[in-house]
Design a protein around this ligand. Sequence first.
Ligand SMILES: [Zn+2]
Length: 229
Amino acid sequence: MALPELPRIDRLHLAELTLPDWHPRAADGVGQVFAYVVHHPDGPIVVDTGVGRGSSLIDELYRPTVHDLVARLAEVDVDERDVAAVVCSHLHFDHCGQNAALRAPVHVQEAERAAAVQPGYTVPEWAALPEERWRVVDGDADLAEGVRIVATPGHTPGHQSVVVTASDEVAVLAGQCAYTAAEFASGTVAVEDVHDRSWLDAALDSLARLRALDPTRVVFAHDRAELTA
Ligand SMILES: [Zn+2]
C-alpha cells in the first residue's frame, strides 16, 4: 500500500575511495559511497551502511576516508537505536561495512548471501552478522507501508533496490543497479559494472524494471547526482 505522502529521504555520505588503476571507474580518481535513510513513519529505514574500518586489504587498495554511519544519522536527527530496518543493496565491502554499528534487522537477498562467501567478494567480517539479525529475502518483498524491496540482480547476483511509493510519487533507491544517474536515465549499464559478462542481460532487465515504475526521484550509491521527474 502506498503512503499518503513520500517520507523524507536523506543521503548519508559514508566514504571516499581512491580508485586503483584496475578499477572500472579508475578514470574518476575518487569514488564516493552513499547510503540513504528513509524517514518512514514506522521508524527510519537505512539503505546500505558504507565502508567499515580495520581491513588492511581495503586500506591498501582504496585508502578510504570513512565517515561514521551513526554520526551521519545523528546529523539528520536519527538515533541509531531507533532504526527500524536496514537494507543492504548487496554485500560488497562498501555497502555493508557498518552493519555492526546498528541493531536493526538487515534485509538481504538469499542469492547475495550465497555469493558473498566467494573468496575476494567482500570483507568477510563486514558481511558477517549474528544470524538473528539477518532477514533473508528471495525476490521482491514488502518491507513497510509503501516500501518495497525489489530484486535487481546484475551488478551482483543478489542485488536489490528499494522503492518507496506515495499517492502521487515514487522514489527509487537504486543502489548500484546503475552506477550513475546518467546511465539510469539512458537505460544502460557498463559491462564492467556487472558481476560478470553473463549477468549483463539481468542487469539491463533490472534497470528496465525500475525505469518502468516511472519514478519521480531516483538516488544512487555512487553518484551524488539524482534524477527527479
Ligand atoms: Zn558493488
